[in-house]
Design a binder for this molecule. Structure first.
Ligand SMILES: [Mg+2]
Length: 166
């Protein structure tokens, strides 16, 4: 992996603190993401291992202060906004832009939401795998394996499709 110094020079120079939109910082983050993707494909298969690595990387780069943790939580809403934008793009709701996205694009953005949420959980000092496991256990209790599928009147998939097509 390229070091910060390789890509941006001395991190203690003033430009390092010019904000997240600084081109040098973006270049560096792009390189980190590329390296993480490469390393992930080479060695890791566990989602939670990747989440732990991303969290550790962010902790090293940005620290673990309250503001940083807050920004990681905000990142979840940023990604959710991207998912919403992609969905709008599948419909072509904006006549100026037309249809710009596919359902695969929407799914990829929703996956970003999942990943950023897991990183945010880890950034709170908790184990994302444990927290998600506890959530799944809670939901599973509401939906035992033999739970019948109940559809309220007017809410079947066929009726919903009919509504959407009008
Ligand atoms: Mg995204």
């Amino acid at each position: 992996m390229s070091s910060f110094e390789d890509l941006c020079g001395d991190p203690w120079q003033d430009h390092y603190f010019e904000g997240p939109n600084h081109p040098q910082a973006n270049l560096w983050l792009d390189q980190i993401h590329a390296d993480q993707r490469k390393e992930a494909t080479m060695t890791d298969t566990s989602m939670f291992d990747i989440v732990r690595r991303v969290t550790a990387q962010l902790n090293t780069i940005n620290g673990t202060g309250r503001e940083e943790v807050g920004l990681r939580i905000l990142k979840v809403t940023e990604e959710a906004g991207e998912a919403a934008s992609a969905w709008i793009g599948t419909i072509g709701q904006n006549p100026r832009k037309g249809v710009t996205h596919t359902r695969d694009d929407v799914a990829a953005e929703l996956a970003d939401v999942v990943l950023t949420a897991l990183v945010a959980i880890g950034s709170l000092g908790l184990d994302p795998e444990q927290v998600v496991g506890d959530c799944i256990t809670k939901v599973a209790a509401r939906f035992p394996a033999d739970t019948p599928v109940c559809v309220a009147a007017g809410n079947s998939a066929a009726e919903a499709n009919h509504r959407d097509s009008r």
